[in-house]
Ligand binder design. Structure first.
Ligand code: SAH
Length: 376
């Protein structure tokens, strides 16, 4: 039996597993072909994930660029998985493990994902030697990983110390992450508070942390959070408890679903815009469109823009040299690169710009985050 990737995925996602055909209740020889799948970490990850479940694997890797074999292999593979299993079990394995293989889940992970992972992992995940890797990659959000690992540990009486140790490691990572983020948001808030801005945009508000701080300040009479990700907006709305806000406060905040690379009339007429850790997520070829959308059409009086300082990356001991801080980053600029860009943009659109370091500054390599404040 051969199943194309799209069909397998489609049936699992549509929840049709509730009414599985009788055939699917029986263990039978299955061959599943994944026409192309990204395996971050290469073939060994593929084997670590599927072999413990009894699959025989063949994997054919694809070159990065067919015209240039000297560039080496990509992490895309055509994979065949063979095993004697119930179809429903095989579908559950694929449902959980394909996102784990490509490790691309991002921005749209909510509480319900823990429930999904446990439901589809029932009967096999708690015994899988790589359950921790699977849980981490599947859920990404450390808070959720903790909850899922705890539930899996209960299911399989996992060594509680090992779980605790994993929690402690995560906590340290979270602390570090939070403190950088807190410093960044604190710095942006300080600039906005010191300006006379009342109507403020948070351009790509993400999961709404800055919005929360802005809403707590009465001087910001109207706040708009925009993001291209629906999921992020949902999380932000939950974080702010929008539906429970008193009417006066509720009136001060609005969400917009939109992209920063398309002209949008809804963004005109604001005193200030925060653009925090966003430009590095845009494709370089779309930066020019973003510049016009923000500085020409939206044209707020003040723009506060932050981005990572690539020079500072050497300080992150867990980050391999030359790697970007986040997989979705399209680039990370040195201070000179950011300043050249910002000065050019300011000049073209009639703004002045000044630069501020955010976070602990090292005389040689600068601070972890760089900030440009554009004034009209
Ligand atoms: N300002 C927030 C979010 C930063 S993450 C914070 O500091 O936490 C970057 C955000 O950019 C994400 O919320 C993502 O949804 C958004 N994004 C990614 N690509 C985009 C694009 N092409 N256009 C507009 N927004 C994008």
């Amino acid at each position: 039996m051969s199943v194309a990737l799209a069909q397998v995925y489609g049936s699992a996602l549509n929840g049709q597993s509730k009414e599985r055909p009788a055939l699917a209740q029986m263990a039978m020889p299955l061959t599943m072909r994944l026409a192309v799948v990204q395996c971050r970490g290469g073939e060994s990850i593929l084997r670590r994930l599927f072999e413990p479940l009894g699959y025989i694997i063949t994997a054919e890797s694809h070159p990065l660029e067919q015209q240039h074999p000297e560039w080496g292999q990509s992490d895309y593979f055509t994979v065949t998985l063979t095993a004697t299993l119930r179809l429903s079990d095989a579908l559950s394995h694929l449902y959980v493990l394909i996102p784990v293989l490509d490790d691309e889940k991002h921005y749209w992970i909510g509480e319900d994902e823990v429930e999904k992972l446990l439901r589809f992992g029932e009967g096999w995940l708690s015994r899988h030697p790589e359950r921790e890797l699977i849980t981490r990659r599947y859920l990404k959000l450390k808070r959720l990983v903790r909850s899922a690992l705890a539930q899996l540990a209960e299911e399989d009486a996992l060594d509680p110390d090992a779980v605790e140790e994993a929690h402690a490691r995560e906590e340290a990572e979270i602390e570090q992450h939070l403190s950088l983020q807190e410093q960044r948001l604190g710095a942006v808030l300080a600039v906005l508070k010191n300006s006379s801005a009342h109507r403020v945009l948070d351009l790509d508000c993400g999961e709404g942390r800055l919005l929360q701080l802005l809403l707590a300040e009465k001087s910001f009479s109207y706040i708009v959070g925009l993001d291209v990700s629906h999921r992020a907006l949902e999380v932000a709305a939950k974080r702010l408890r929008l539906d429970q806000l008193p009417p006066m406060k509720r009136q001060r905040i609005q969400f917009i679903h939109g992209a920063l690379t398309y002209r949008d009339r809804r963004l005109a007429g604001y005193d200030a815009a925060a653009v925090v850790e966003v430009i590095e997520h845009l494709d370089p070829s779309r930066l020019a469109a973003f510049e016009r959308v923000l500085f020409e059409f939206s044209r707020p009086g003040l723009v506060v823009c932050t981005t990572p300082n690539a020079e500072y990356n050497v300080k992150f001991t867990t980050l391999p040299a030359g790697k970007l801080r986040h997989r979705d980053h399209r680039f990370e600029w040195t201070r000179a690169e950011f300043q050249t860009w910002a000065k050019r943009v300011a000049e073209r659109f009639g703004y002045t710009v000044r630069f501020l370091p955010v976070g602990p500054e090292d005389p040689a390599i600068g601070a972890p985050t760089q900030m440009g404040v554009f004034d009209r």
